[in-house]
Design a protein around this ligand. Structure first.
Ligand code: NDP
Length: 246
């Protein structure tokens, strides 16, 4: 472990389902205090019933003031921020000529801007925790679509490329002040991702028949791995595909 006896506190976005939910549970099980953020309060409530170390903050991260609210809530609940996990996001797949400006804006609002706004708001407190506790962590879920752009996913792929750029810039900016930035690039993971989109549902169905899907817990273990390295070691990028995904 990286730390002294202080209980580390993590903010996890996208915690109502999928990768964020599995990550909130994994961190709480590992002894972290967790603030779990997403819009669906009922889903967050079921998470807090399972673990006393998790508190819920129902919040749309694309609204004005959301980042400040997330930080204030966490400081009021636990007094510190040691780890931020940016997992909230969604996928879209459509011919580019049919994607209206409002859809680009909606996708970038959560996949990119919410990551930028919340990380920026958390940074002063992450710096304080790094001074106090040797290290602090930001882990952001990009995608293999953020490493290799796919046709029909220009908006989604470019949003996930943008996250990579943010994280690499921050890593260089804050390395000397002991904040680690880890970008995780998952392949196909069975979650609620793309549940409203026929193309994505069909793709997952195909991947399942090939035994080529990963589980949210697999990604959660990767987050925990990054956030519990010794203070001198930084896992800055990690790609996690199902074994059978090419
Ligand atoms: P899910 O759809 O299961 O989870 C997405 C989460 O984001 C939900 O908790 C949702 O909660 C939250 N969310 C979405 N919009 C907002 C918002 N405006 N404000 C607050 N929370 C929001 O999908 P995954 O777990 O798969 O997705 C997690 C991340 O992993 C995403 O960034 C996705 O792009 C990425 N990813 C997923 C892959 C996969 O195959 N599943 C592969 C590669 C990357 P709520 O609706 O309650 O607000």
């Amino acid at each position: 472990m990286t730390t002294n006896t202080t209980t580390r506190t993590a903010i996890v976005t996208g915690a109502s389902s999928g990768i964020g939910r599995a990550t909130a549970t994994a961190l709480a099980t590992a002894g972290f205090n967790v603030v779990a953020i997403a819009r669906r309060a009922d889903q967050l409530d079921s998470l807090t019933i399972d673990s006393a170390a998790i508190t819920a903050l129902p919040l749309d991260l694309t609204t004005d003031g959301a980042a400040a609210q997330a930080v204030q809530h966490t400081l009021a609940a636990f007094g510190r921020i040691d780890v931020l996990v940016n997992a909230a996001g969604y996928g879209a797949n459509a011919p580019s000529e049919s994607v209206p400006p409002a859809e680009w804006d909606r996708l970038f609002a959560i996949n990119v801007n919410a990551v930028a706004h919340l990380t920026s708001a958390a940074l002063p407190h992450l710096l304080a925790s790094a001074r106090d506790n040797q290290v602090a962590d930001v882990v952001t879920i990009s995608s293999t679509a953020g490493l290799s752009a796919e046709p029909g996913a220009a908006a989604y792929s470019s949003s996930k490329f943008a996250v990579r750029g943010l994280m690499e810039a921050w890593r260089k900016e804050y390395a000397s002040r002991d904040i680690r930035f880890c970008t995780i690039y998952p392949g196909a993971v069975v979650t609620e991702f793309g549940k409203d989109q026929q193309f994505i549902r069909d793709w997952y169905a195909t991947m399942k028949t090939q035994g080529a899907v990963a589980h949210p817990d697999d990604v959660a273990r990767a987050v925990l791995f990054a956030a519990t390295q010794p203070a001198h070691a930084s896992v800055s990028e990690l790609t996690l595909r199902p074994t059978r995904q090419i």
